[in-house]
Design a binder for this molecule. Sequence first.
Ligand SMILES: [Zn+2]
Length: 320
Amino acid sequence: MGTVTYQKKVSDTDLHQVLQRMSDVYGKDITVHSGDRDDVPAGGSKTSLHLVGRAADFHISGLEDQEVFQSMRQHLAQVFTRSEGYEFIRHGVHTATTGPHLHLGHYPAKNQGKVIFKTEGLTPDTKGHYSPEEVPIPATGAAPQPDATKSGGTQTILASVGEGGVNNEADVKVIQGLLNAAQEQLKAAHIAFTGFDPLPQDGKAGPHTKGAISLFQKEIMQMANPDSRVDPNGRTLRTLQQQVVAGHIPAGAGQASARSCGGSGNNHAHGALRFHQGGGIHDDPVQHASIDQAVIFQVCLEITGLKTQDPVSVMGAGQA
Ligand SMILES: [Zn+2]
């Protein structure tokens, strides 16, 4: 049981409950140092939820912001109100506003059932840039997403890796591991791939690693202009994760994938769908809406060339 101390007023009563539950889950005290605002600080957002009394900036005593931010997704069911939508931001040392802190915002009528995790200002390059990641609030128990640091779970990264990337050592190691594993999967599935010498997982984003990213983007994702970079929540990361964790064969990888769509069950169909879902021109976060099986099948027909409709527009039609 912990105590939440408000140095500034926060009007939103749901946030009071969320912060109290957070304090209880961690067994630590929370200090809220900013809440309702009626002006925009220099460098601050003009659409900030602070301006409508729906945000709190805080720290949890005895815990680094980073620890809280990373572990929070294991406590979503206990902490957040499932009928509501939230943003949870980790502002780094390069943030434009009041220095490093955690920010919790409660959307008025948006993103219900989700927490949008965002990081900003961890490096000079990411100042003012948010990389949102939607995480659903599960009904009970632990969050569906496994701990990224544990083997066997969905491996993920906190910042960009590769050409012009942030290249945190831990993130680079994750990508090197994913690339090696993806290559093994591709080999096992007999998918044509030029291949690369297995990468040492040394956490250094050198030419060998960047080259492997570029090759994967070019040959497996069929990107016209590979950028040798993997962004958190971007298409390259998603494709790598799907390739490795689920063993899905991306739809862009030659004829094998087209065959896999027909009649062999929903697993393959789903893999193909998800690839196409992220298959736009931009490496943007994708809205993971639930899509019925008919739409999945429809997309498969398109991939196999039986339909000519643009798969992206079908995706749009399938999303509520
Ligand atoms: Zn804030």
